[in-house]
Design a protein around this ligand. Structure first.
Ligand SMILES: [Zn+2]
Length: 384
């Protein structure tokens, strides 16, 4: 299979290549070479990029205005069916790799295995299983409650037992859970440390939901691999990020989508109030962190209100618009950087890399919105 590209962004920050063709053999890219005039090829596009990587998603949720009510009023089977549907939509929209960072009833690990076995269509996946939270803490309706370092260790082992291949910890309150204050620390440093130590010993990466300042620092000091949200970070947190090499997944689309849909009036008031507060902190702090050299990975929190799985390209646009990334830098964050965090492949196009790619009608540098509608999506060398 030979795919011609007017311009190719390979996921790195190297200058894009013009007038090239990718030779795909089986599931992998074999070669990238200059296109020969008059030679045969199979497909052509103005612009070719790697498939997108969403490092923060919840596939069983579909952007319902009241997420917790959805969890309370659906069965596990119904949510699994939605997860199957969202996996298919994600892939069709160009997301070829996804990390489900918190699910109920082992939905995400089971879904990951079904996709890997070729029984259903979806992105290649990592799956966290249940989030680990304090009793009554953020996410408890789909969480495993833990209240000591030993319980945290045991809960990590339980997630591994049901097939989790990464772990999610709740370090602060959050927006979607009633009563949880986003600024307050939740799991303690000792609980975070025990869970991270246990997971790392088995080779699993650990992500922390952390919005409040203290919880962000607790998680960074305890050795976390990524901070999810991170909206109330301060200068000391920025230094900790850089010192520890942790990544930040700012999920810009999550508060943005909530606040863009206030007029429908279908969201709980406590969600709206908290989202306004968190959004202000996000606009104040995340760009500052990026400019100070914190590594930003693409992840949208897809599944939260009005934040649809198939709209991940919006997160890429927001990284461009709100953080001042160039289109290529935003694409890099949503491919190579996110892939490095997820840990399944490098998220770049080059010899020997998985043939995950998007054909686009325009250069992303002219109009990043072209990512919303790829003309074609290839995963593992197969057109979707
Ligand atoms: Zn989330």
């Amino acid at each position: 299979m030979i795919v011609r590209a007017g311009i190719l962004y390979d996921g790195t920050l190297d200058p894009p290549k013009r007038g090239v063709e990718l030779v795909v053999e089986g599931a992998f890219v074999k070669e990238i070479r200059a296109a020969q005039e008059g030679a045969a090829y199979d497909r052509a596009a103005a612009c070719v990029t790697p498939g997108l990587v969403n490092a923060h998603a919840h596939l069983e949720a579909s952007g319902e205005p009241d997420m917790m009510q959805m969890v309370a009023t659906t069965t596990c089977n119904q949510r699994m069916l939605r997860a199957v549907e969202n996996a298919r939509k994600s892939l069709a929209a160009g997301i070829t790799t996804i990390r489900d960072i918190g699910s109920s009833n082992a939905i995400a690990p089971d879904l990951r295995d079904a996709i890997a076995a070729g029984r259903i269509l979806g992105p290649r996946m990592r799956a966290a299983g249940a989030v680990l939270c304090m009793t009554g803490g953020h996410g408890w309706p789909i969480g495993r409650e833990v209240d000591s370092p030993d319980e945290a260790r045991k809960a990590v082992r339980e997630q591994m037992k049901i097939g989790a291949d990464c772990i999610k910890l709740i370090a602060t309150g959050g927006v979607m859970t009633k009563g949880a204050v986003p600024g307050n620390a939740q799991l303690t440093y000792d609980e975070l440390y025990a869970a991270i130590d246990e997971a790392h010993r088995h080779g699993l990466r650990v992500a922390a939901h952390a919005i409040g300042t203290q919880g962000i620092k607790n998680a960074l000091r305890a050795g976390i691999d990524s901070i999810e949200h991170g909206h109330m970070l301060d200068n000391e947190a920025i230094e900790l990020f850089k010192e520890r090499g942790a990544r930040l997944v700012p999920t810009l689309a999550a508060p943005t989508c909530i606040l863009e849909h206030l007029e429908e009036g279908r969201q709980p008031q406590y969600v709206v109030e908290k989202a306004k507060y968190v959004n202000e902190a996000m606009l104040r702090n995340i760009k500052r962190a990026y400019e100070a050299g914190v590594t930003i990975a693409g992840g949208s929190d897809a599944g939260t209100p009005y934040n649809y799985h198939e709209n991940y390209a919006y997160e890429v646009e927001l990284m461009h618009r709100l953080l001042g990334m160039t289109p290529q830098q935003a694409l890099h964050a949503a491919t190579h950087v996110a892939a490095a965090l997820v840990g399944l492949h490098r998220g770049v196009l080059g010899p020997g890399e998985p043939a995950d790619l998007l054909l686009l009608g325009k250069d992303i540098h002219e109009d990043l919105r072209v990512l919303r509608r790829p003309d074609a999506v290839m995963k593992d060398g197969v057109w979707i």
